[in-house]
Design a protein around this ligand. Structure first.
Ligand code: ATP
Ligand code: MG
Length: 371
């Protein structure tokens, strides 16, 4: 019999499927407070509603699957917990009824951030979102960069205008299997440049909360560059599961990436990992050659120094930039080898999220910044 480990236990629990949604318990984020040693497996099954029809059966199904895999010598304890109030209900900001906060129906909200500008956040966020959708996840992508939204261009949707339904909620635009929303769809770019911080954050709150996302496994948020008030307010406005920090290998970028990690630490948002973009240059005619133009392995070293996962490195290749400018993220082109780098990044991220979800407390209170 194999000895239990966190990832081995999650692999087994991935075989237990909720019949209502057709999704397994790990993907649904139901496994919490997971603690594993050689002789015992303990966790809490966390459900969005205590009356969930699968509740009783799920507990038994988990126990059975785990004891089949790890044998009777391992003690298995499966607790239950659920959330009575949906995220976003009953919140008020400044005494007024706040707009709903996205959360209901969304399993994981992940911010893609960086300290320095232009390092490839939007490129990573777009390709990550499409790669996750290609792997069968329900994915949304939201561009909260009010001063320089890139998602409309990267998805070939410069003139898209999202519809509003009868409940006056925004319907995201769908492209390459991803539900998209960008500040660029809603705000006149010439006017937005003069907006001050508080206007930006209230607009962001409103457009995030008033959107009909439906059921999502992942909502990816493409943040504006920097670690200022705008970023801080955004990350405190939505219940983030974690953040992905993008950096290039240069020292100047790494110093800013470190500030990014510090910002998330300050607001208790776990950093799911660091991505090194433009890690090396590979010319199309010499696909096996790697030139480390900006130095080698800087972001990997930073990740290890800060004790956060390293999620992967992405090469500097012309196709990434060309596809971005043409409105087709490079992962949509199956003939581009670099797509594999993004797909492997996506699977590393899924793993990091699952491990993080499994470790987190069953009932979590979300602190909403007031004022
Ligand atoms: N790995 C790469 N290879 C080639 N070009 C890239 C790569 N990553 C990003 N780019 C290009 O670099 C430019 C900046 O990337 P991107 O817009 O994703 O950065 P950003 O961090 O979102 O910028 P900002 O801080 O302005 O939001 C874009 O033209 C993009 O196509
Ligand atoms: Mg960007």
């Amino acid at each position: 019999m194999p000895t239990p480990s966190i990832s081995a236990v999650l692999d087994v629990l991935r075989t237990v499927v909720d019949p209502a949604s057709g999704k397994d318990l790990v993907r649904l984020g139901w496994i919490r407070e997971l603690a594993v040693d050689d002789f015992s497996i303990r966790f809490t099954l966390w459900m969005d509603a205590p009356t969930h029809v699968f509740a009783g059966d799920a507990q038994e199904a988990c126990r059975q699957a785990l004891s089949e895999e790890f044998g009777d010598a391992v003690t298995i304890e499966v607790g239950m917990d659920s959330e009575m109030i949906g995220l976003g209900e009953g919140l008020s900001i400044d005494g007024q009824d706040a707009h709903a906060v996205p959360g209901d129906g969304i399993t994981n909200i992940i911010a893609v951030a960086s300290g320095k500008g232009g390092v490839g956040k939007s490129t990573v966020a777009s390709n990550l979102a499409v790669a996750l959708a290609q792997n069968g996840y329900d994915v949304g992508l939201v561009d909260v960069d009010i001063y320089g939204p890139s998602i409309p261009t990267m998805f070939g949707l410069e003139s898209a205008k999202p519809r509003v339904n009868e409940k006056r909620r925004i319907i995201p635009v769908e492209q390459f299997g991803v539900k998209l929303l960008s500040m660029g769809f809603l705000v006149d770019q010439d006017k937005a440049v003069i907006w001050r911080g508080p206007m930006v954050t209230s607009a962001v709150r409103q457009f995030l909360g008033d959107t009909e996302w439906g059921e999502l496994d992942f909502l990816i948020m493409d943040l504006p560059p920097g670690t200022g008030d705008i970023q801080l307010t955004i990350v405190q406005t939505v219940p983030l599961n974690g953040a992905v920090i993008v950096s290039t290998p240069q020292r100047v970028a790494l110093a800013d990436a470190r500030k990014g990690v510090a910002m998330f630490d300050q607001v208790n948002v776990p950093v799911l990992g660091i991505v090194e973009n433009m890690a090396y240059f590979t010319p199309p005619e010499l696909p096996d050659n790697r030139y480390y133009l900006f130095g080698e392995g800087g972001a990997r070293a930073l990740a290890s120094d800060l004790d956060v996962p390293f999620l992967g490195e992405l090469p500097l290749v012309q196709a990434i930039r060309e596809n971005a400018d043409e409105g087709t993220p490079v992962v949509t082109d199956r003939s581009e080898a670099v797509g594999d780098a993004f797909r492997s990044l996506a699977s590393n991220l899924v793993q990091a999220v699952e491990v993080r979800n499994a470790a987190r407390p069953a009932t979590q209170k979300i602190d909403i910044l007031r004022g």
